[in-house]
Write a protein that binds this ligand. Sequence first.
Ligand code: ZN
Length: 111
Amino acid sequence: MSLAMGIVDLVTGQAKEAAAQKINLVELEVGRLAGVMVEALTFCFEAAARDTPAQGAQLEIVEVEGRARCLACETVFAADSLVMQCPKCGSYATDIVQGKELRVLSLIVDE
Ligand SMILES: [Zn+2]
């Protein structure tokens, strides 16, 4: 819920800066490894947006695949959890390089 409220705060702030009256659509990038439940977020966003310029705005979520890089052999591979074993050398010393994103990509507003 606090996450949804943070997003609503952010987008209403941006809409205000653009002197927009109403937000129609929010495009949000969410990494698969960000620990975000997309359905719950959509539901909470609707509730948090009530009585703000974001009320009724559509939340469009762009999911980003998880990727990790092995610190031992530099192999980059698909990751579906935060703790991954390198498929090439078997090392657990890996870094998540993609998939923890959580950011607003764009807004569509009424001026
Ligand atoms: Zn490796």
